[in-house]
Design a protein around this ligand. Structure first.
Ligand SMILES: [Zn+2]
Length: 328
């Protein structure tokens, strides 16, 4: 054997090194894709399906960019069923001098996603933090009323908001504000319970019950919209890290949602959520366990409701073993 022949260790290491370098190359290539807000608006195509156009999804976003980062499920509902998605920008960030920029980036992102945009009070709300709920109850109540009136007007079928342990104080504050406003809205409107779908970004949810698979095409829309927030992603490239985060969601969700020791689902990208319902009296917990939805197919909001609360219609529309990954 020649003295300089590579050892089995070195040969195998080279194979893995090539793999890692390809990922690094892809990341670098992503840096060359222009950031927004695009001078020519990136207008999202109209969905091919309009089967449930009357459905309204409201995404309560703590900051501009959150609407894109956690958008897998709202985006799928819009594209696959024609649901109307409204992004409610709970804040435009705390730095007053940056709000005009953040708003322009947000408008551009919502355009790319095909989401409507509502900014409460034109500049968003201030001090949406859990401490403010305790220390400034009167001002907190004003914010609850603002959102309650918005809910009264939009009458959402589902509301997305961060979970209560999502690390960032404005994310946690948004959780409590949405819960308080949703309860007030339901008491005021006498509507039946409404879906509350909790999102995660800064800290994993301790108890997710839904893994939504995402196609590369859908993930690319999420990245495109996130990249419209040039000011944010120049500081931290959230858009470029999104595929890795959503790959890791498949690892975690396959077991945390699917059951400890369960095999990984045969798709690459996913987002995790917790689905529950709110009534005027508080939470109406789901009656069934975790659900995993494959990346393709037509996913309707009613399918989710009927899965978690089967007594309502009897048939979730989602049946076991229909595609090797749809149900747990
Ligand atoms: Zn945020």
């Amino acid at each position: 054997m020649a003295q300089n022949a590579r050892s089995p260790w070195e040969k195998r290491h080279q194979q893995w090194l090539d793999f890692v370098l390809k990922i690094a190359d892809a990341f670098q290539a992503g840096r060359a894709i222009p950031l927004g807000p695009s001078s020519t608006p990136l207008v999202a195509p109209t969905p091919f399906s309009t089967s449930v156009r009357s459905t309204t999804i409201l995404v309560a976003s703590p900051h501009p960019d959150d609407e894109a980062l956690i958008s897998a499920l709202p985006l799928r509902l819009r594209i696959e069923t024609g649901a109307r998605v409204v992004n409610c920008a709970v804040t435009l960030g705390s730095d007053l001098s940056q709000r005009a920029r953040r708003r322009a980036e947000l408008e551009s992102s919502c355009c790319a996603l095909g989401f409507d945009l509502i900014v409460p009070g034109d500049e968003g709300l201030d001090d949406v933090k859990p401490q403010s709920r305790q220390s400034h109850p009167a001002s907190w109540q004003e914010k609850v009323e603002t959102l309650r009136i918005l809910f009264d007007r939009e009458r959402p079928d589902a509301v997305f908001a961060p979970h209560e342990e999502d690390f960032n104080t404005t994310h946690v504050g948004t959780h409590y504000l949405v819960v308080d406003a949703l309860v007030a809205h339901l008491a005021h409107s006498h509507r039946p319970p409404v879906l509350l779908i909790e999102t995660e970004y800064w800290h994993p949810h301790s108890n997710p019950n839904l893994m939504v698979g995402v196609t590369p095409e859908t993930l690319a829309i999420q990245m495109m919209a996130t990249a419209e927030h040039a000011g944010e992603v120049s500081r931290n490239p959230y858009h470029l890290g999104l595929p890795a985060r959503m790959m890791d969601n498949v690892r975690r969700g396959s077991e945390v949602v699917g059951g400890q020791g369960a095999p990984a689902k045969p798709f690459m990208f996913a987002e995790l959520y917790r689905v529950t319902r709110m009534s005027a009296q508080g939470e109406v917990p789901p009656q069934r366990g975790g659900l995993i939805v494959a990346p393709d197919g037509e996913l309707r909001l009613s399918d989710l409701e009927n899965w978690y609360w089967p007594s309502a219609a009897g048939d979730s529309g989602l049946t076991p073993q229909n595609d090797g990954g749809k149900l747990v």
